[in-house]
Design a protein around this ligand. Structure first.
Ligand SMILES: Nc1ncnc2c1ncn2[C@@H]1O[C@H](COP(=O)(O)OP(=O)(O)OP(=O)(O)O)[C@@H](O)[C@H]1O
Length: 558
């Protein structure tokens, strides 16, 4: 079965499931066959039990036969329904899971520049709701398009076989329906695109507000948060109502056109019965078929709504899948050197926005084993220098050398294996303390994690938590204090075998006792390693071999 264009986005994931979808389609076609047989028991009863010439001496037997036939047909239709639904829904869910996994993988590897622009709520909405709408379309195409089309052709063929004139009468409404359907589909698709875009904005704003619920409450700005949410929510409501209106208008239009067709058939068919060209039973079968025609036509129009929704979602899913903004490994990328000689920033220029450099021809040399501290005013670009060394962003000009090798020539994974990073905001996951620490080293053992925790003074507070190292920390480590979070982040660096440690303001906003504890932890965890740290803390800077002060002249010659 060929997938419609709007589903092409699920292509590779959908291809694996094609056999299941084909099996489901086969089952629904069989079901159509059974549905087409459904009016016949009634015709049998009307023509042979009550008609002018009832079957010789056995009208009762005919009625029993017709009743039994109806029950058997209904049972067959029910079983085929169940089997096809199970097959197609299972296949659709597997396609959805694969598509979500591909999208997630894609987002994880896109550049931070892209993430800086894309709100996380918007991404979640694309990964969940938009993928869900694509799945609805997969199910609808299999369970509705094919059977409805077969049903339509079957009913028309039967009508033509019965009475070609009646078939022609029934068909007169088809072109009208066709024109209406095409126009409507365009409108629905446009309305759905607006609706999805607004829904994405609502998801983005909601995630932002939820993440900052502490700020909202602390500043007593629930009203302001409610206003931000409310305006987005209203915008979604408005576009959704417009979309509902566009959808709803279609149903009566289709129904009226179809009813006109049925009325024409009743009048012309009735005349054929009066003229003796058709039995009453046959006219009833034809009218039943016409009713059956309603269901595929309605089904196909519903399908066009589902496809229009899926089409709008497909665009949003494709934007994620097709985005090529990434810090890519070169085809001939090599493993990063082991840091035997040192690091060199050579005339590095970088800006987050074009034409606005944060670092401008920035030079820095760090010898292996050395501890260098970057000092300088806020916003000068100290953290940016660390992010560039991690290659979370690529430099715009100049280069960063690791043992003389440009880091852009190194395979990213091995480069990051050489660097243990303790960011300013500790970046903790909603996991246990032990899992958060083990995040620093994919081969970390429990013993290694506990040793790192001890070195980073995590054991001082972990023992007081309900499940010790296995205590879940909540979203972004919310159950820990700022100082405790920093120590967990340090333990991550401690468990990492990386030869170089990057620290970004590890003692910021800590009281003197906690700061002293963290400095002590840093001394223990970074002994014998190369270290580049950013700090405003003079006590911490004092443990460095060398202090480099960035000023506007050095960093950004702006
Ligand atoms: N993701 C981003 N997108 C756009 N601009 C950014 C981004 N991150 C930082 N900047 C800008 O880059 C400049 C340098 O930021 P950076 O975080 O490197 O400063 P810093 O020296 O570490 O400051 P602080 O001491 O306050 O941490 C700042 O002017 C900041 O506004």
């Amino acid at each position: 079965m060929k997938l419609p264009m709007s589903l092409a986005v699920a292509g590779p994931a959908a291809r694996v499931e094609l056999p299941s979808l084909a099996a489901a389609a086969g089952l629904v076609v069989l079901r159509v066959g059974a549905v087409l047989l459904r009016p016949w028991p009634l015709a049998l009863a009307v023509d042979h039990a009550f008609g002018p010439a009832p079957a010789a001496g056995a009208p009762f037997a005919v009625l029993v036969l017709a009743g039994t036939g109806s029950v058997v047909l209904s049972a067959v239709i029910g079983v085929l329904d169940m089997a096809s639904l199970r097959t197609v829904e299972g296949a659709a869910e597997r396609i959805g899971a694969a598509l979500r996994a591909t999208m997630f993988q894609r987002t994880m590897t896109r550049s931070l520049r892209w993430h800086d622009r894309m709100r996380s709520g918007e991404l979640v909405s694309r990964l969940t709701t938009d993928v869900g709408r694509l799945l609805d379309a997969v199910v609808a195409v299999t369970t509705s398009f094919l059977p409805d089309a077969v049903m339509l052709i079957g009913v028309l063929a039967l009508l033509i076989a019965f009475d070609p004139e009646l078939a022609l009468v029934g068909l007169t409404v088809a072109p009208v329906l066709g024109v209406l359907a095409v126009r409507q589909r365009r409108r629905i698709r446009a309305a759905q695109q607006d609706a999805r875009a607004e829904a994405g904005r609502l998801a983005g704003a909601t995630t932002d507000l939820l993440r900052n619920v502490r700020a909202v409450q602390a500043f007593g700005r629930i009203d302001r948060a409610a206003a931000i949410f409310g305006s987005r929510n209203r915008a979604v409501l408005d576009v959704e109502l417009r979309a509902v209106d566009v959808d709803a208008r279609w149903t009566p239009m289709a129904d009226i056109v179809l009813a006109i067709g049925a009325a024409l058939v009743l009048v012309v068919g009735g005349r054929h019965v009066l003229a003796g060209a058709l039995t009453v039973g046959q006219l009833l079968v034809i009218l039943a078929y016409l009713r059956d025609l309603y269901s595929p036509v309605r089904g196909l129009t519903r399908l066009s709504v589902v496809l229009a929704k899926a089409g709008a979602s497909a665009v949003r899913v494709r934007e994620v899948l097709d985005c090529d903004e990434a810090v890519e490994d070169r085809p001939d990328a090599r493993p990063a050197p082991r840091l035997r000689s040192g690091i060199r920033f050579e005339r590095v220029t970088f800006g987050y926005e074009p034409g606005r450099p944060v670092l401008d021809r920035f030079d820095l040399d760090i010898t292996a084993g050395e501890t260098v501290c970057l000092l300088g005013p806020s916003g000068i670009g100290k953290s940016t220098a660390l992010l560039l060394l991690l290659r979370l962003y690529d430099v715009d000009a100049g280069r960063i050398l690791l043992d003389g090798v440009d880091i852009r020539d190194c395979d990213q994974r091995s480069l990051r294996d050489r660097l243990a990073f303790v960011p300013q905001d500790p970046w903790l996951l909603d996991a246990t303390i032990a899992q958060n620490i083990a995040f620093g080293n994919q081969n970390a053992t429990r013993v290694g994690v506990v040793a790192a925790a001890r070195a980073a003074l995590v054991d001082e507070f972990a023992g007081r938590l309900p499940f010790g190292y296995d205590t879940p920390l909540g979203e972004s480590g919310v159950r820990l204090s700022g100082g405790q979070r920093r120590r967990v982040a340090l333990a991550r660096a401690a468990v990492s075998p990386a030869p170089m440690v990057l620290l970004d303001e590890p003692t910021a906003s800590l009281d003197p006792v906690s700061a002293a504890a963290v400095i002590e932890a840093i001394r223990t965890t970074t002994a014998h390693r190369t270290m580049l740290m950013v700090t405003h803390d003079r006590d911490l800077a004092a443990i460095a071999d060398r202090v480099v002060t960035l000023d506007h002249q050095l960093a950004g010659r702006r």
